[in-house]
Unconditional design. Sequence first.
Lengths: 279, 279
Amino acid sequence: MHFADALTKATKEKSPVCVGLDPNLQKLPEGISRDPEGMLIFCKGIIDAVKDSACCVKPQLAYFEILGWEGMKVFWETCEYAKENGLLVIADGKRNDIGSTCDAYAEAYLNEESPIDALTVCPYLGTDGIKPFIERCTANEKGIFVLIKTSNPSSGELQDLPIGDEVVHEHMAQIIEGLAAQHIGPETNLSCIGAVVGATYPEELKYLRTLMSHVPFLIPGFGAQGGGKEDVKHGFVPDGTGAVVNSSRGIIFSSSGTDWQDAAGKAAEKMAKELKSLF
Amino acid sequence: MHFADALTKATKEKSPVCVGLDPNLQKLPEGISRDPEGMLIFCKGIIDAVKDSACCVKPQLAYFEILGWEGMKVFWETCEYAKENGLLVIADGKRNDIGSTCDAYAEAYLNEESPIDALTVCPYLGTDGIKPFIERCTANEKGIFVLIKTSNPSSGELQDLPIGDEVVHEHMAQIIEGLAAQHIGPETNLSCIGAVVGATYPEELKYLRTLMSHVPFLIPGFGAQGGGKEDVKHGFVPDGTGAVVNSSRGIIFSSSGTDWQDAAGKAAEKMAKELKSLF
């Protein structure tokens, strides 16, 4: 199934909740060892806890790469496990390169056999760094989410620079919309080419939705980073689809005690309920 | 030793040649198997061949990630082997994230025990995505190279956008120079914070050198991508230090036959001679 259609279906069946799998070793709860084995147990436990209320998980590659190749083994096992449990998998790697190197990243994460459904991509290099990913999206029913306006305090240093009557992130949004409109799913009006737009800048989020009408949004910054449900509302298209909202710490580290799994499950359910009440 | 001092020393003792380790499976020479084992044999063979004429190698993470965790095992073994053989190691990962995730990438690649000396970093997220790396550079005598003006055809789509009297990459250059000037090596006038500036835009390279007087340059795009020795000349500081020039395909795939190692060694020597003749 086309990625946008699969995402829309999962959003409707469950919720627009994306659970960020950021298995920060220092924060793993009581009773979980701070090594590859512990990391896998933790990630699988979170997946078990959230699989009925979240539509997708977003494993953050940095936390796996910190354990070298053994961490990468856990990363792939985590992705496989999430897939087996009916979750869409968005690998958060913010990868970016050009030519045959970009092609290597695309093949690494979005090949036909990959348990990963979509990858986050950084656009600093221009469309040379995006097109090889799009080829894999089309061939293998995968997706990408391109960074447009990120949730962090310094995001404006580059992304808000004024160019003529607009700012950098608006310009990038129009480039992405132009590419996205060429790759629409047969059952939705949405593309396999998505955008990352932070919940912490609600005015920009609202305006970017008008600039990128075919683009699914991945919205970070909800919960621990400060974004609330009213902030993310305008990231959706009018029927309540077209966006997934990510929470990492706010769900996975809800409790540092032995009840961590139960607490994560409840936090995901609460967030799902909150978001569904918007539409 | 401070990264800029180590880079300067290696440049003077050997040459400013950086050999890009892009072990593209499809291009591995005759007799090398297209699997993790073959990849490691190839990378070690190239290191043996270039270690006397090049100051550093630049393993490109994408080509290792394509083989999953087994590829990452080869990546770390390659970095260790390069280090043991007296080469500086620049991991080309173009990593970028914020907060504790950025910290995880910094710890993953630039920790105290890491065989990696420097990492390439993408600045789309602003200084939030750079400062955690700088902390590791300072604490562990490591370096970073931040993408400023890249060598690819579409680099201008974002990097050349006009903002007032300047363009995006000039603005980013000034931010990086501001950070770099605070982290100068005791023996050189250069920082542990470097920049990636492509050989394929020689005018920009020349101007960016004036904007970033404390910043070591990593210059890709030499050879196969079209940059020649006169193009890269102005990337150096006047005494012929302050830059390393990368060639990947032009060296490592000089021959697809069984003489690949010999051919790579000769190509690296030739390039070293060319660059040294500039000063």
